[in-house]
Ligand binder design. Sequence first.
Ligand SMILES: [Zn+2]
Length: 380
Amino acid sequence: MQFKEILGQQPILRHLAASVARNRVSHALLFTGPSGTGALPIAVAFAQYLNCPHRHDGESCGVCPSCLQMQQLTHPDVHFVFPVNTPKGSGSSEKPLSDHYLDRWRALFLRTGGYFDEPMWYSALEIDNKQGNISAFEADQILHKLSFKSFESEFKIVILWLPERMNLQAANKLLKIIEEPWDKTLFLFVTEAPDKLLSTLLSRTQSIQIPMLQPEEIARYLIATHHTPEQEAHKVSHLCQGDLLEAERLIDEQQHPANDYLELFIRLMRLSYEDRHMELLEWADTVATLGREEQKQMLENFIRLLRDSYMLTAGVHEIAFLFGREYDFCKKFAPFVNNRNIEALVAEMERALQQVAQNGNPRMIFPHFALSISKMIGRI
Ligand SMILES: [Zn+2]
């Protein structure tokens, strides 16, 4: 991975390249930041830069044998360590090690360009509800690997993703080598939660804080890579607060909603406006068959859509958190939500929410709910 493949973060990349030029690379760096800032791909690109014999102008060459091995994450002197656990139903009693799952790790990294988070990794690892960890056994393996002479490159590098998943024993084993560094051996830690790290590890590493991305950078990326329409890309780039993964999740949710609450909202409002009582009761029947958690989520979504529609009515477009299909509908629906009915509508939704939460009977709650909403929407 070359620096030019990283989204944004130019000042950090320049700083890293300059530290190499000045021969001031710390033997233990701690890259800190949410996964969506690119902390992990930055560490990987830095490892490639360090070991490229032809680096120039602040960039690795991208074509030498070392760079080519790094592009595939198969460089013999660069070791990857990350939290692992035994996949579901594997029945294996072998202690899990990063090396056992390196193929999955490489596949996920290459597919996402290194922009992935812990849940995405566990899903690739198929351990779903289990958490991964970095064991003392893994720490022994790292020490063992580092005890060999490097194959051909300048540095032996360990890229350790999520040190917060190391147990105390593992951390203490690694601390020894960090305290008395071995020549030409570097540790690049990448953490999302520095507050969960041992203070001894924090004090022995040089921290590099990766800032959140700029909205323009994210918008440009969404337009170029996901072909997101411009207006939507700008909206999402502000909603995601500088986190690329959050931006991609918002786009994905919009395109493949897990539950189509918007569709239910649209239908409820249309039928209410047209005063179609029989169909409103059918709507209530459909909703009554959803699970209780889904009903709660649906009502919470309805309240959000109502409040945001009201903001559109009030002309406060920039603080309404709406885009895509939601924005398209709510823009048209907004004139029907106003000072006279907004509070009553929200109160009715909150009442239903409370009844659902208190295990009320949905076959009683929703017919009454749908007809009450209809009266308030009809009243304009
Ligand atoms: Zn190179």
